[in-house]
Design a binder for this molecule. Structure first.
Ligand code: UGA
Length: 434
């Protein structure tokens, strides 16, 4: 059992704190947002993430998971302090480290005994040195700064945390290495590795992993676009290349571009880091360019098909950047809405979880409805932007009945071409013939 403090109860902090409590540690989560802390003290999870609520409630009940707004109280007894603070992109695309460094300075002033301070946020190469300096400027005791990036996927975060493919721990300190090794031992039962490396390599591992995955998706999007031109079918090409172990069949699904809180931000931050060291990432710059275009690919198809969409109505299924989350950060649907509205179209949107977030953060002039079939009543076409489970197996007869004409533009390739033809739909998707 270790005593742990987690500073910052955003997505990463909450999952980290809850999962460490679940493995028997004593965890206290610190956040400056009093309202949020009160909510959590009452057993409410402030984000939507499958399975998190059950673990959250259990560990609060068993006294292993506590919350406070008082950082001094939070870190007093902790041997390990996780920093899970926001690192939003600044105007130039570089990660803003002011939260992380600010808390670092606070820790320096507050610590009265040796502690391991762990960077859990995704931070550019060299940040651990900066955190160390921020703490050292005030510290009177020994401490180690460790880089321990997370590899959680939204929607699968609890599972990814409890059963990681690997744990990356960046430190040159033998003392910190021993403590972190003990902490993570229960998580790698299946023999998955704990990889020890220096801080900079750990920091870069995170950016390299996300940028590689974003590149893989983008590569497939380009192949899909070319499939359309030459009349090939991307499903076959995907399976054709994915069955080669060296390529692998995961993360090869073409669509309307990658979004979310991680890929776009991290890919941009890596480019920015490169610039700081006078290194220009050719491939990754191209990935960003292609992805910008891909987000509007489906709308380009709609505009091509209809010519003028002024006054036309579209039913939009999906706003979240991917299913099983209410997260709309960098969601392709938002870019699609902007472009359609600019072209004079009307939109009726439905998403099982993400509508409240869009309403709160954007003042789009669109109609939000509480049922996927209501969204397409009297609409000129159905547009699919997120592959929610309920969209995969819909009532096709009802779709036909509700739409003016049976037209579906699918940014996630949910349906087979032949089945849609048999059902009498005009169907456009990504990387397949129309
Ligand atoms: C991603 C990574 O997968 C995690 O490993 C990482 O820890 C996390 O970022 C992070 O840095 O915190 P996440 O953003 O939750 O996780 O979502 P993914 O499931 O990876 O999807 C990212 C985007 O890629 C989505 O927009 C999704 O629609 C798109 N995607 C994914 C595709 O277009 N095609 C695919 O084959 C896979």
């Amino acid at each position: 059992m270790k005593k742990i403090a987690v500073i910052g109860t955003g997505y990463v902090g909450l999952v980290t704190g809850t999962c460490f409590a679940e493995t028997g540690n004593d965890v206290i989560c610190v956040d400056i947002d009093k309202e949020k802390v009160d909510l959590m003290k009452n057993g409410k999870v402030p984000i939507y993430e499958p399975h998190l609520d059950v673990l959250f409630e259990r560990n609060i009940k068993e006294g292993r998971l506590r919350f406070t707004t008082d950082i001094a109280e939070g870190i007093k007894d902790a041997e390990i302090i996780f920093l899970a603070l926001p690192t939003p992109p600044g105007e130039d695309g570089s990660a803003d480290l002011s939260y992380v460094l600010g808390v670092g300075a606070d820790l320096g002033k507050l610590m009265t005994e040796y502690k391991v301070i762990v960077d859990k946020s995704t931070v550019p190469v060299g940040t651990s040195e900066k955190v160390e300096a921020a703490i050292k400027a005030h510290a009177t005791v020994e401490f180690d700064v460790v880089s321990n990036p997370e590899f959680l996927r939204e929607g699968f975060a609890v599972d990814d945390f409890l059963k990681p493919d690997r744990v990356v721990i960046g430190t040159n300190s033998a003392r910190a290495r021993k403590i972190m090794g003990e902490l993570y031992k229960p998580f790698v039962r299946q023999g998955n590795p704990i990889l020890f490396m220096d801080e900079k390599s750990a920091e870069l591992t995170k950016y390299a992993a996300n940028s590689f995955l974003a590149t893989k998706i983008t590569f497939m999007n380009e192949i899909a676009n070319f499939c359309e031109i030459v009349g090939a079918n991307v499903d076959d090409v995907r399976i054709g290349i994915g069955s080669d172990d060296r390529i692998g069949n995961r993360f090869l699904f073409p669509g309307i571009g990658f979004g979310g809180s991680c890929f776009p931000k991290d890919v941009q931050a890596l480019v920015k880091s490169g610039k700081e060291y006078n290194y220009d990432f050719d491939i990754i710059n191209a990935v960003l360019r292609v992805n910008d275009q891909q987000r509007l690919r489906l709308i380009d198809k709609v505009l091509n098909h209809f010519g003028d969409v002024k006054g036309k109505t579209f039913g939009l299924w999906g706003l979240a950047f991917k299913p099983d989350t209410d997260d709309i950060r960098e969601a392709p649907a938002l870019y699609m809405i902007e472009k359609l509205l600019a072209a004079g179209a009307k939109i009726k949107a439905y998403d099982p979880e993400a509508m409240a977030n869009v309403k709160k953060q954007y003042d789009f002039d669109i109609e939000y409805v509480d049922n996927q079939y209501t969204a397409i009543e009297g609409a000129d076409a159905l547009l699919i932007a997120t592959e929610w489970g309920a969209f995969r197996n819909p009532d096709f007869e009802l779709i036909k009945k509700n739409l003016k004409k049976p037209k579906v533009f699918d940014g996630r390739n949910l349906f087979g071409l032949e089945e849609m033809e048999e059902r009498g739909f005009y169907y456009e998707s990504i990387g397949r013939r129309t």
